[in-house]
Design a protein around this ligand. Structure first.
Ligand SMILES: NC(=O)c1ccc[n+]([C@@H]2O[C@H](COP(=O)([O-])OP(=O)(O)OC[C@H]3O[C@@H](n4cnc5c(N)ncnc54)[C@H](O)[C@@H]3O)[C@@H](O)[C@H]2O)c1
Length: 254
């Protein structure tokens, strides 16, 4: 058994729950006794995560939504409230990444990444914040990236890095705007994490070097992002809002 974060009985919305970090967070919350609304695009993969959650004894629903579509984000949060109860926890992990040198990148490639990674986090936080206001309070963790603070050596992803810097600063802004509603908003910024996103063709060959450039000498497993997220969601972090918590094995100190 891992740590008990005291979250049992609460209801969470997790975007990007079908894969990687979002999936690990959804399953981790299920182990903590949280009821989880799993939100992403792919119904089949969401259904598989919900099956895993139910096998753990957790209440869970799968809700297919595209974070580029604010109506589907609102519907996902509404479904979580209707089927699981008042929403007081949210983790926004939905995101995409790709690469092209800045001087060759077409504008639609740039704006598409911003639409998912930054605007999608905004619309998700807005829907979740409204639900938490109805519930009398809550807490949100957005998954940004250390790429919001550094430019990744060898990866041509100005759009991605800009989106993640935006998520970090949006979090600071929402922290004060939502505080009167009893809602804390924080950011977790992972380093290189072994998920499908990190294994895409333009990145996979760089991963061994990134591990060597990390003080802990390796890249993260997605499950290692859960603990920091759970801490920020928990009452142990009751006076923590507007922070960006790096979970990078020390990568950004060098
Ligand atoms: N893997 C890493 O090294 C790393 C490092 C730092 C930050 N992150 C961030 O962590 C988050 C999760 O990434 P991951 O590595 O688990 O990737 P992943 O590709 O395994 O999972 C991404 C998830 O986002 C969902 N998603 C993508 N576009 C969506 C959309 N338009 N609407 C709804 N859902 C959508 C996918 O369905 C999937 O569930 C992302 O925000 C990513 O930027 C990843």
């Amino acid at each position: 058994m891992g740590a008990d974060f005291g979250l049992g009985g609460r209801v969470a919305v997790v975007t990007g729950a079908s894969s990687g970090i979002g999936r690990a967070v959804a399953l981790g919350l299920g182990v903590q006794g949280v009821a989880v609304a799993c939100v992403a695009r792919d119904q089949d993969r969401l259904d598989a995560v919900v099956t895993e959650l139910r096998e753990l004894g957790a209440r869970a629903i799968a809700w297919s939504a595209d974070v580029r579509d604010e109506g589907s984000v609102d519907a996902a949060v509404g479904a979580a409230e209707a089927r699981l109860g008042p929403v007081t926890l949210a983790v926004n992990a939905a995101g995409i990444a790709n690469a092209a040198p800045a001087l060759e990148m077409e504008t639609p490639q740039f704006t598409e990444v911003l639409a998912v990674n930054l605007v999608g986090v905004f619309t998700s936080c807005r829907a979740q914040g409204r639900a938490m206001q109805r519930a009398g309070g809550g807490t949100i963790v957005n998954i940004a990236s250390m790429s919001g603070s550094i430019a990744n050596r060898g990866l041509h992803q100005g759009h991605y890095n800009a989106s993640k810097a935006g998520v970090i600063h949006l979090g600071r802004t929402l922290a004060w705007e939502l505080a009167p509603s009893g809602v804390r908003v924080n950011t977790v910024s992972p380093g290189y994490t072994l998920t499908p996103m990190a294994m895409r063709p333009e990145q996979v060959d760089l991963m061994a070097g990134y591990a060597a450039d990390t003080p802990l000498g390796r890249n993260a497993q997605p499950e290692e992002v859960f603990g920091p997220v759970a801490f920020l969601l928990s009452d142990a972090a009751s006076f923590v809002t507007g922070v960006d918590l790096l979970v990078d094995g020390g990568h950004t100190i060098w």
